[in-house]
Each structure stands twice: as structure tokens, then as C-alpha cells.
Design a protein around this ligand. Structure first.
Ligand code: HEM
Length: 279
């Protein structure tokens, strides 16, 4: 049975709290390609055709930053995945961030300096875990994280420090996770997602693991935030490793109420945790 590719809930030692958990990134592992590549690239094309203003935003003056990022990822893909990407050319009719995002499974958010602050200057996010990309445009990290319960109270300063210290020579990565009641990766908040299942049983839930990278790019000094969403059905998580499933149950059961509310697990979390622990 396949295991989850990452297990960030095991780092919470039984008690849930937000964790920064950034670590040095080996650039050889910047972009991940797996068996879901074709399905997710097709899904991105469909989402960009049907909901372009939900999944893509950019300030008018963000093209240089987005072009730098697009060129860097293109060079990386050609070098790292030559069988698939040696001849990769971007569609010049598209915005450069949109053009590169259509070739990788990652969602992309670009941050640049405006009026002395690092703000979101562009984003291509087809697989948001119930958050709203358009409302983040032009916002600082503190503003971006404002809707996330307790996050700024616990981590605002450290997140700003990470961003300030990030240099082209020292890229970083981190993990996040959540449990939701659908395997549809497209989960924006503006009413364009498919209707939510009603009263999904614990065994109908899915684990979403977000692998996020942070890289700084030297020409424009922008920062690229990539979000790669891995997904697994909860029964598969449970079958793959009982100990890991128990640790996941502990993390869910120990979420403070405001965080359980934010993650929409306040009413279902206890049942999901009990099911994960059961034989
Ligand atoms: C320096 C860059 C950033 C750092 C260090 C950072 C860090 C964090 C951390 C520690 C969390 C707590 C949840 C978790 O463990 O994943 C979080 C949550 C979140 N962040 Fe960030 N973040 C950064 C940039 C961004 C950007 C650019 C966006 C979007 C524009 C964003 C959107 C979110 C959202 C939507 C959540 C809630 C996730 C959830 O539902 O679990 N973050 N971030």
C-alpha cells in the first residue's frame, strides 16, 4: 500500500499547533512531477477556460517578475526532466505566469516589493484548499494570512523573517496539510466550486498535503511561492500505516476550536479521529 509522500502531522507530537517548519530546499527537487501529471494539467486547462478570474490574478506591472520566474522554471524543467521537457516552449500569447503554470502541477504565487513591502503581485492557483486568490492580490503576508485562525498571533514575525532572509542561494520548503470531504482539487470560495457533499462519512474524506517551496529570484528580487497539492483518500492513509493514522487522529483531535472552525473540522473532527484510530 502506498504511503503518504509526506507526513507533516507526525511533527506535531500529538498536539496541534501551527508550525513554520521551513527547511533548506535542494533545487533539484524544486518541481515535482508524478503519475497525476496529465490529469492535473488537463484540470488546469479546464479551470482556466471556465474560471480564469478565480484562478489567475496579476498586477499590471508584475510582468517582469513573472517572466523571470517563468524562465527559471522553464530552464529547470528542461534540465531536470529532459525526456518530457527538453523542447518545452511557453505560449507567448499568455501571461508568462499563466504560461508556465500550465506545464506543472504546482500552483504559483509571486511576491514582489511595492512601496517598501513584499506583497502578492501575481498568482496562478487552480487547486486552492478553500481560500480566495483574488482577495490576496496586492496584500502583505500578514494580510494574506489574516483569515487563518491564530496564524498571525503565532507566526506573523517568523513568516516575515523567513521572507526577509530568503536569498537566491538559500531556497526553502515546508509542508502543510488538511482533511476535506471531496477529492475535487478545485476548492475556491467564490461559489464556482462543485457543491460540497452532504454529511460525508469519515471514510469519504481526503487528506491534502501541501508541499510549498520558496525561492528568491535575483533580477527582479521577487519571491516565488509554489504549492504542490498531494491528495490521498483517508482509507488509504489508514491502510498504509496504523501508527501514522493514529498520529493524524491525534493532530485532528487536538486542534484548538478556532483552527478546527477555520479548517471546517469542528463538527466532524472527532468522528474522523475516532475512525482513524479504529480497527
Ligand atoms: C513566506 C511565505 C509564506 C510562509 C512562510 C507561509 C506560512 C504559512 C503557515 C505556517 C501556515 C499555517 C498552515 C500550514 O501549516 O500550512 C500558512 C497558511 C496559509 N497560507 Fe501561508 N505562508 C507564506 C506565503 C503564503 C502566500 C503567498 C499565500 C497565498 C497568497 C499563503 C496562503 C496561505 C493560506 C491560504 C493558508 C491556510 C492554509 C490552510 O488552510 O491550512 N501563504 N502559511
Amino acid at each position: 500500500m502506498q504511503r503518504p509522500p509526506y507526513e507533516p502531522w507526525r511533527e506535531t507530537s500529538g498536539v496541534f499547533r501551527w508550525r513554520l517548519g521551513v527547511r533548506p530546499l535542494d533545487l533539484a527537487d524544486w518541481i515535482e512531477i508524478d503519475d497525476h501529471y496529465d490529469a492535473e494539467i488537463n484540470a488546469k486547462a479546464r479551470i482556466m477556460a471556465e474560471h480564469p478570474s478565480t484562478a489567475f490574478v496579476a498586477l499590471d506591472d508584475a510582468e517582469p517578475e513573472c517572466a523571470e520566474v517563468a524562465n527559471a522554471i522553464t530552464a529547470h524543467l528542461r534540465h531536470r526532466f529532459p525526456e518530457r521537457c527538453a523542447g518545452l516552449m511557453l505560449d507567448t500569447a499568455l501571461h508568462p505566469l499563466d504560461a508556465i503554470a500550465r506545464h506543472i502541477q504546482e500552483d504559483l504565487v509571486v511576491m514582489g516589493e511595492r512601496n517598501g513591502h513584499m506583497v502578492v503581485v501575481a498568482g496562478s492557483v487552480c487547486f486552492p484548499n478553500r481560500w480566495d486568490l483574488p482577495s490576496k492580490l496586492g496584500r502583505t503576508m500578514t494580510e494574506v494570512h489574516e483569515p487563518v485562525a491564530l496564524l498571525n498571533d503565532q507566526l506573523e514575525r517568523v513568516i516575515d523573517d523567513v521572507l526577509r532572509r530568503l536569498s537566491p542561494e538559500r531556497p526553502m520548503w515546508r509542508l502543510g496539510w488538511g482533511v476535506i470531504d471531496t477529492d475535487d482539487l478545485y476548492q475556491p470560495l467564490d461559489g464556482t466550486a462543485a457543491p460540497r457533499p452532504i454529511d460525508a462519512a469519515p471514510s469519504d474524506h481526503f487528506l491534502r498535503i501541501e508541499r510549498e517551496t520558496l525561492t528568491r529570484h535575483p533580477i527582479t528580487n521577487c519571491v516565488l511561492f509554489t504549492i504542490r497539492t498531494h491528495q490521498m483518500a483517508l482509507p488509504d492513509v489508514k491502510a498504509s500505516d496504523a501508527e501514522s493514522a493514529r498520529a493524524l487522529a491525534d493532530a485532528i483531535a487536538s486542534m484548538p476550536d478556532p483552527i478546527a472552525d477555520y479548517k471546517q473540522l469542528r463538527t466532524t473532527g472527532a468522528a474522523i479521529a475516532a475512525w482513524l484510530r479504529s480497527h
